[in-house]
Design a protein around this ligand. Sequence first.
Ligand SMILES: Nc1ncnc2c1ncn2[C@@H]1O[C@H](COP(=O)(O)OP(=O)(O)OP(=O)(O)O)[C@@H](O)[C@H]1O
Length: 925
Amino acid sequence: MAIKRKIRQTTVLLEKHYKQLIRNKKTTFFLLIGIPFLFQLALLLMGKSVQSTISSEDEKILHQPQEEFQFPRCNTKFDKNCITLAYNKKSHPQVQQVITLLQQEHDLPDKEIHSVDTEEDLDTYLFDHPNTTVAGLVFRFDSEANPDTIPSDSKFFIQINETTIYTYVGVDDYLDVFVPIQISLQKALFKVIGDYDLDLDITYMKYPHPQLTPSDIIPSAGANFWFWALLFQMIIQLSQIVEEKETRKRFGMRMMGLSDSSYWLSWFVLNFGVLLLSIFILIASGAMFGFNFFLNNSFATYFVLFMLFGLNVVALSFFLSTLIKKAKTATMVGFGIFCFFTILNSVASTVIYSDLVPKAVGILFAFLSPVVFSKGINDLAQYTLTDEDPGLKWKNIGDTSDIFPLSTCYLWLLLDFAIYMLLAIYFDNVVPGEIGTAKKPWYFLTKEYWKGVQKEHEKINVSNSDNSDSSSSDNSNSRTGTNSNSDSDLEKRVQKKSNSKKFEDYDVKRIRKKLIQGKESKNSVLKIYGMTKIFRKNFLKKTIKDFKAVDDLYLTMESEQLLALLGPNGSGKTTTINMLTGLFPPTEGTAKIYGKSILSEISQVRDNLGVCPQHDILWDELTAREHIKMFAGLKNLPKDQIPEEIEDRLAEVDLTDVSNQRVGSFSGGMKRRLSVAIALTGSAEVVLLDEPTTGMDPVARRHVWEIIEKAKKKRVILLTTHSMEEADILSDKIAIIAAGKLRCVGSSLHLKNKFGTGYRISIIAEEGKIDGVKKMVKKKFQKANFLGETITTITIEIPRKKNKALPQFFEYLEKNQKRLGISDFSVSLTTLEEVFLNIAERAADERILEIKEKIGDDEEALQELEKNIKTTHYSDNFSKKKSTDDDKKKKNKRKKKKPKKDLKKKISSSSQFSSDTSSTNIDED
Ligand SMILES: Nc1ncnc2c1ncn2[C@@H]1O[C@H](COP(=O)(O)OP(=O)(O)OP(=O)(O)O)[C@@H](O)[C@H]1O
């Protein structure tokens, strides 16, 4: 498909997405502005609360020492340059002795000890080296007066770091640090001073640290909060995409010619646009709240990080959407992912990207973009811990710490994005949807995929056909050089094809033969060549064996013709339509529409095709007008023709008055009418209507019939329906399909004559006269079948063979009406419903026979099977029969009110007639 067209389709869809967004104002506002702002506000509040807790801490009093405390050591796995103890009075000999004793007792290397001269120097050191030292020891006494000894009235302080990043040095609780140091220091002082009765004053002192700002919360919580704000969007985007799949809107649009690339591109542009906006709001509110992270780091350093993560969020939602079928599940999975990464992110910097685990683990986790994002945030946060920190400049992105720098985080995020997108494309192709079939897992390795090579089965089945459209641009199939087939070959092929044990009428065989020989009518617009669909067993769909849904279907349709495709539930009608629209390819065979193959030229086929699927493909937020505009755009109708097209289509289905109303407020009937209008949009010459009147009341149904009747003029219409009345009234040709196989084809009258049981006569007589009438009928028609009897009426079925005797019989009735006590009588031709049931019954018997051969003599199993098959074959049709009868009654009531000429003529001549018109109909037969 031309790039230009794809771009147009993308823009049309974007317009649709945009309208949906602006018409769901509250949700959109919450999504775009509310979520990022609220998460940022929550982060600020959390920062404030931590700040206030720590500022309120003052000196703390010594706790009772306990033996089991371990002496705390700085964790060199976290930080190679960390310090266990820093102390003042480094030149005092007894202080030095105390430290040496501590070192000896706890095996502390010199590199874990830092010494300074004064208390101020110690504070400055601790202040300037945050989160590197476990504890500071303050010796307070006058060293000028006591140059060699520590006086007994000295004060000792243990300074401990207890800010939020405290765990960085590897301890969890300040008591774990204070108490063991206090015990060891006490012991060492006793030894050095040499007086074990001294009452030493060892006190806890606050660790000097820079003024805490809300930014301090960022390394521990920022990554999660910002990640949550963006991931919330992912959950919403994921459920929107899955909802379009679940409600079959995506398939509907695909049927109408939408390319997959335009579909994904439109979602990509929308979702990424939404995320970018959210990111700007996140950054703006972060800066507004005074987070150093946003104020001191270069804008590009964090913007690129957020943007790349935004791309990953979109790709992740695409990928997940290919694996999920229901919007509800999508939301649940979204929240699951949310929780999973929240946990993972909390250990991203402390475990995954620390010296605790091998480097390879860090690399492995880099395939999960939220973890990389979290690492990037943590890296950047280290540069803005205090107000004084200058932040990271863009030119230094390659210099940041540990396993890989920030610049590599960017690369990882790009790589992850590419991987998720590829996974999305792959699984979109191989995971079977509700409708449609999946490609083979290795589809991208096949020649067909890369070169668009024509499928072998198309060549075989159409090889010798189609001389009628040889002038068309199609250069495949019949023109592939296999015309050398002799007549006998053809005969054999036809024989072989029709050798199936399944019942099919002679007309069906004839159509097949003509198509194979290429002798079909020159007016044939739609030609189906041996189309077969086998749904392969698929454990994802829980189908345990291959299933042939459509079996070697040959059919033709001519211009201005309406063909009604009838068949019991599950007989393959929708599958046939889905193959014709290219939703999935036939397993065998092909079809041509206006000379274009559905296998190799589906986009050209779709230009001429209009589809009304079984389920409405409508969006509640859009108006009727916008729907027509959108589908006209998808079908590439020239822009200047669109306004006229909208008016014409709306007028055609009588929706002009409500054209600016949102479809969400439409009734079921109005929606269906709009679906029919959509199918007729864009000068569709071949229109496929899949049960267009399902769920409609009789009035609405008749309205749609009128629309279809009018639409037939310049088009070819293939209609599937369960309403026999609808088929009878609208169709020029009827095809009945059962168990995937075409059984019979022809006009309604032709089928009634061929497969109907004959005529039905109802006679109403005065009370007490009915027995006499019965005797008279038995005398005239020995083979008459008495269908029903009350005290005043009888219904008789006269076999078709006897129809020549009917005119005489009616003459006799009229002449002897008074004598026999007959008050009225009527006659009707076999209904289409009887023909349908007859065919369905044969198909069911066939199936029973087939299975009987397999299961042998097990009587009980046979009975159960028979019951099941008959029930599935007829139950729906019997219920339909009832509703059709009801419809008929209603129809008769309405007849007087609806003077539409053409249609009314058809309705009255379709199935029943009164005694006044009986002779005309009998003659017609
Ligand atoms: N994607 C699929 N995978 C597996 N089986 C499928 C698939 N689509 C349809 N089928 C099966 O193929 C058969 C024909 O289905 P189809 O929808 O074509 O019937 P139908 O004649 O349109 O029925 P209805 O009148 O109920 O709409 C059914 O047995 C159905 O279960």
